[in-house]
Design a protein around this ligand. Structure first.
Ligand code: HEC
Length: 170
């Protein structure tokens, strides 16, 4: 049980997203559980994205990809329905919530598990002055992974992180 992608395409960035665990605010057990869940979902997402899409989706991407892949497009739709009223169009922020295109949300600082936690549990105000984020019901784990794909794509195009620092799982 080593490689996570079923049909190993050339060099699919399917390694479970092994960023550092979320900061110590959450109990370790929950954090590691969510980590496993995230890894599993990343695994699922790999399966999805290795469907016969354009070849560029499976190739290493030296430059920021201009277009959203299929998973990211799905994420955009979910994001616009459930998150954009606070986090803004293209996660650019509103007066109700912060932009997610900020170094604060660099994958090394807020790993993908932070998204799952935010949606499941909500977020206590701690970085900004917008107040707390309430849990967002009705968004599945798969959809959160799609959102992560979308937001990481946006972050990448804004040079929040480099490919050496993080490889999106989709
Ligand atoms: C009602 C407004 C609101 C909605 C809707 C909302 N958020 Fe938030 N979110 C916030 C605020 C405010 C914060 C910042 C809290 C702070 O750090 O001060 C935040 C923070 C976050 C964070 C950072 C978590 C952390 O650990 O610091 C993530 C990730 C996030 N939101 C994702 C989402 C996603 C994904 C959705 C949609 C499924 C969503 N949010 C919907 C208001 C909202």
């Amino acid at each position: 049980m080593t490689s996570s992608c079923l049909p190993p395409p050339r060099k699919a960035p399917c390694a479970p997203n092994a960023g550092p665990p979320p900061e110590g605010r959450h109990p370790t057990t929950v954090a590691s559980l969510l980590f496993i869940v995230t890894a599993l979902l990343a695994f699922a997402a790999c399966g999805e994205s290795s469907q016969p899409q354009a070849a560029r989706d499976t190739a290493p991407q030296p430059a920021a990809p201009a277009e959203l892949n299929q998973t990211a497009r799905q994420g955009e739709t979910v994001f616009n329905t459930h998150c954009a009223q606070c986090h803004g169009p293209e996660a650019s922020g509103t007066n109700l919530g912060p932009t997610l295109i900020d170094r604060i949300y660099h994958p090394g600082h807020h790993g993908d598990a932070a998204f799952h936690l935010a949606v499941l549990r909500g977020v206590r105000q701690h970085h900004w002055n917008f107040g707390n984020m309430l849990p967002v019901p009705g968004v599945s784990e798969t959809q959160v992974n799609q959102i992560i794909c979308y937001v990481r794509h946006l972050q990448r195009t804004h040079n929040i992180y480099t490919p050496a620092e993080y490889q999106p799982t989709c």
